[in-house]
Write a protein that binds this ligand. Structure first.
Ligand SMILES: Cc1ncc(COP(=O)(O)O)c(C=O)c1O
Length: 387
């Protein structure tokens, strides 16, 4: 048989999903793959039940149902202050995952480079490979996950750099970029004429006093920022695969075409049902923040009581725990032992870093109180792994 594609030859299976399989094998509490085990808002699921017999059941407009895009433009205006034309500046996609892929394919030629902060969400590497671009990594240095502006400029000014990918709030490190940090990035993007492709799926999961600032709202950034985000995390509907790209009409015109050939469109009945979520008032987002703050506090208080060292997230729903003192050389081996002997599923930190970092594991806390308490109960036995 002829060989399969060289472009995808270097793909490994996702470490996160591998760790989910390990958790299942050892019946561990799975805190590896980041999705909630609690229900979406009842109004959304009630609406889904209501439209099941009515539809829509056929293709929506390829770039998303009109009412959904209009509601999205209104919501985005409310939170970011940006005026967005729902007809020319939005494409609805199958999750932020497709939004990122379609954006990268719309922007990059083979041989182009994209700047990515490390640690990074693992899909960005694959997005770069599939779109023919080569990633250049700029460290966010633990434990504060700051970046050095000179190192960033060195990366951004290299020939053939086309774009920077910005995950804000960040998975896995929980960093929420300040206005000042975004301004540094924005000024360099303007200076070197780069696009900024943002991944803002955690835009509504931010812990006080931190605040999410939209890169596109900074002076001069509206025209060169490609916003990718989704409803997955905001409305606890990761399985519905509803995301979107927001950008200027020239970019969106191209993204519409790429998206059409990639997937045709997002699921019509799910757009119709999720519409009620886009129309929620501020109280929904306040309750979401309060709920996540509760889960974060429950989980991090427990980790502290157990005596673990970890990074307290500013946003998103992940904690990086320092396993340096356990004496393991290999963090994946640690995660397998953690699932088997302690009963908790985690992700080895090395899968997120370009640099040689082996002393961190990632746990997520978007879980019911009972699940978090069970995980903490099991984690209290973690010291038996110390060599
Ligand atoms: C940073 C980041 N981007 C994108 C996604 C996937 O988002 P979606 O479900 O919208 O495809 C995730 C899921 O964990 C994520 O953490």
């Amino acid at each position: 048989m002829k060989t399969l594609s060289t472009r995808t030859d270097t793909f490994t299976d996702s470490v996160i999903r591998r760790m989910t399989r390990v958790s299942l094998e050892y019946n561990a509490v799975n805190l590896s793959q980041g999705f909630p085990d609690f229900d979406p808002p009842k109004q959304i699921t009630d609406r889904l039940a209501q439209i099941a017999p009515e539809g829509p059941h056929q293709y929506a407009l390829t770039w998303g149902a009109q009412n959904f895009r209009e509601a999205l433009a209104k919501k985005q205006k409310h939170f970011s202050g940006m005026d967005i034309d729902p007809n020319t500046e939005i494409v609805v996609t199958c999750g932020s995952t497709e939004a990122m892929m379609a954006s990268m394919m719309s922007v990059c030629n083979p041989g182009d480079k994209v700047v990515v902060f490390s640690p990074f969400y693992e899909n960005y590497g694959a997005d770069a490979i599939l779109s023919g671009a080569q990633p250049i990594y700029v460290p966010l240095v633990p434990p504060r996950f700051d970046f050095d502006a000179d190192v960033l400029e060195e990366a951004m000014k290299q020939p053939d750099v086309k774009a920077l990918i910005l995950c804000n709030p960040s998975n896995p490190c929980g960093k929420v970029f300040t206005y000042e940090e975004l301004k540094v990035i924005a000024d360099l993007a303007i200076k070197y004429d780069l696009y900024v492709i943002t991944d803002e799926v955690y835009e509504h999961i931010v812990y006080a006093p931190h605040k999410h600032v939209y890169m596109a709202s900074l002076p001069g950034m509206r025209e060169r920022t490609i916003i990718c985000s989704s409803l997955s995390k905001t409305y606890s509907i990761t399985g519905w695969r509803l995301g979107y790209v927001i950008a200027n009409p020239d970019i969106i015109d191209r993204v519409k075409k790429v998206h059409d050939f990639l997937t045709v469109g997002a699921a019509a009945p799910l757009m119709e049902a999720a519409l009620v979520g886009l129309e929620f008032d501020d109280s929904y987002y306040q309750e979401l923040q309060a709920h996540y703050t509760h889960m974060r506090d429950l989980f991090t208080d427990g980790l502290r009581d157990i005596g673990l060292t970890f990074t307290n997230p500013q946003g998103a729903y992940y904690v990086m725990v320092d396993i340096g003192e356990f004496g393991y050389q290999n963090d994946e081996e640690f995660c397998i032992d953690l699932a088997r002997e302690v009963g908790v599923g985690a992700v080895p930190g090395s899968s997120f870093f370009r640099e040689d970092v082996n002393n961190l594991i990632r746990l997520h806390f978007a879980k019911k109180d009972d699940t978090l308490k069970a995980a903490l109960d099991n984690l209290s036995g973690i010291w038996k792994l110390k060599k």
